[in-house]
Ligand binder design. Structure first.
Ligand code: 5GP
Ligand code: ZN
Length: 112
């Protein structure tokens, strides 16, 4: 999508600090980290949010979780949180599916 911030990051039109990349997904550090470790994992295909995951694109979501598990292991993260906000009330500000991976501090539940 030409007017999507994360599609522009994937295309290299907007710079980002890459954590990992493969044919299906891209991981990069959040510009406004909410924990000592805070990166985002996004599909290269534009999907609006979890609400748009279906039988045709579900494989990339499973793949992203294998990537998260592998990166967490490689980075020595023993405890972490994976978050995806869906819609405005939940706090989604970029409408391209993304999974926040946060680690390195105590976290509370329920989230705010
Ligand atoms: P959301 O609020 O949609 O759940 O998450 C969007 C995230 O994208 C936010 O945590 C925000 O800090 C991050 N973000 C917004 N713009 C940029 C950017 O230009 N570069 C990077 N690396 N992160 C961004
Ligand atoms: Zn996009």
């Amino acid at each position: 999508m030409s007017d999507c911030l994360f599609c522009k990051i994937i295309a290299g039109e907007i710079p980002s600090r890459k954590v990992y990349e493969d044919d299906l997904c891209y991981a990069f550090h959040d510009i406004d980290p909410q924990a000592p470790t805070h990166f985002l994992v996004i599909p290269k295909e534009h999907i609006q949010s979890v609400s748009q995951v279906d039988e045709n694109n579900q494989a990339v979501v499973g793949h992203i979780f294998t990537v998260i598990a592998r990166l967490a292991g490689e980075m020595g993260m023993e405890s972490y949180r994976v978050v995806s906000n869906i819609g405005d009330q939940a706090g989604q500000s970029v409408h391209h599916l993304h999974f926040h991976v946060l680690s390195g501090r105590d976290m509370t539940w329920p989230p705010g």
